[in-house]
Ligand binder design. Structure first.
Ligand code: NAD
Length: 340
């Protein structure tokens, strides 16, 4: 029998996780929750997902819009094995209480604090520790992208020190309210940014400091990474290490991929749903060892990279697969992640 997954918060992340779950052989969507009627609610119905209202108060709105719903979030929670909470940050406490009342396992996203679930997840770094857990948080898009490379490097050579500058997209493409439209904003100005401590919620022993700047773009984040490794390595060895990782896509500027714009175009040309890039896009020709330190650039598609991690977190918590590497393989295969 397939595991039944509920999606609470069917926005940027929730709808992508729903589609990824629906593609897996061992899980299915029990229902998705919307707060109010919208084009997304109509499309969810068209895709065959059962639609639920976040509260009883909004049922009349759905009826008025002639969008048929199957009930409320409360009812859905009794029909599912696990809930993906992809609501905007800071609804965590309230929903944790509700999920616990229903005795359902829950996975939050990076907008919530580590303490809410008491456990932060990344597929490669700590799948084993998620096995059978009731609560987990899939870390943010930036942290997921950083943990993927740091875990690989730390396992192979040991990371002595990591210093990362994150150039963050200001808003998602569908967001018409957030800026800046024309500025670079050090954010936060008081250093360091929260991304380093967030990496430490998964890799506690890595000495990492991060700075972040909000930029006038919606496409992707860009990381400028500088590392000292405990053991010596070479450019070729680092390239080989990243080539073997299941969710790192090496690109080359000689191939005319010189920016986040072209990295996104690549995902669209590959026929990815919504033009999503689930992998870190890491410039092979940026990998440099200079005066004993390693440097590279990578781009992170903020709407997409946490999606496969959510699928693996479900598999671990429900113990559908005990081996993390096999789960990653199953998720990637169903999404056609490395073959597309
Ligand atoms: P979003 O605003 O695109 O979607 C949130 C959805 O939740 C919306 O459909 C909204 O209507 C719904 N919602 C609001 N209040 C609700 C409630 N009380 N109950 C049920 N549904 C409710 O947000 P998002 O970008 O998908 O972010 C969701 C989570 O994922 C956040 O924790 C965020 O930090 C994290 N995240 C976002 C990104 C990103 O770049 N968008 C990347 C990684 C992680």
């Amino acid at each position: 029998m397939k595991a039944k997954v509920a999606i609470n918060g069917y926005g940027t992340i929730g709808k992508r996780v729903a589609d990824a779950v629906a593609l897996q052989e061992d899980m299915e969507i029990a229902g998705v929750v919307k707060t109010r009627p919208s084009f997304e609610a109509r499309i969810a119905k068209k895709k065959g997902y059962s639609l639920y209202s976040a509260s009883e108060d909004n049922i009349a709105d759905f009826e008025k819009s002639k969008i048929e719903i199957s009930g409320t979030l409360d009812e859905l929670l009794d029909k599912a094995d696990i809930v993906i909470d992809a609501t905007p940050g800071n609804t965590g406490e309230e929903y944790r209480k509700l999920y616990q009342e229903h005795g359902i396992r829950a996975i939050w996203q990076g907008g919530e604090e580590h303490e809410l679930a008491g456990f932060s997840f990344n597929s490669e770094a700590n799948y084993d520790r998620a096995l059978g857990r009731d609560l987990a948080r899939v870390v943010s898009c930036n942290t997921t992208g950083l943990v993927r490379v740091l875990y690989a490097l730390d396992t192979a050579y040991g990371v002595k020190k990591a210093r990362v500058t994150l150039m963050r997209r200001a808003a998602d493409p569908n967001d018409i309210k957030t800026g800046p439209i024309n500025a670079l904003v050090p954010d936060p100005i008081k250093l360091p940014s929260h991304h380093g401590p967030d990496v430490n919620s998964i890799l506690p022993d890595i000495d990492i400091t991060t700075m972040a700047v909000k930029t006038s773009t919606t496409l992707m984040h860009l990381h400028a990474v500088n590392l000292e490794l405990k053991e010596e390595s070479s450019q070729d060895e680092i390239i080989r290490l990243f080539e073997e990782r299941p969710r790192i896509r090496l690109v080359n500027s000689k191939d005319r991929i010189k920016s986040t714009a072209e990295a996104m175009e690549l995902a669209k040309d590959m026929g990815r749903p919504r033009g999503d890039m689930w992998e870190n896009v890491l410039w092979k020709d940026s990998i440099t060892i200079d005066k004993g330190e390693l440097y590279f650039f990578q781009a992170i598609h903020q709407e997409a990279d946490v999606v496969p991690e959510n699928v693996d977190a479900i598999r671990a918590m429900l113990e559908l697969e005990m081996d993390g590497a096999k789960s990653i393989e199953k998720t990637n295969k169903a999404l056609e992640l490395m073959t597309s």
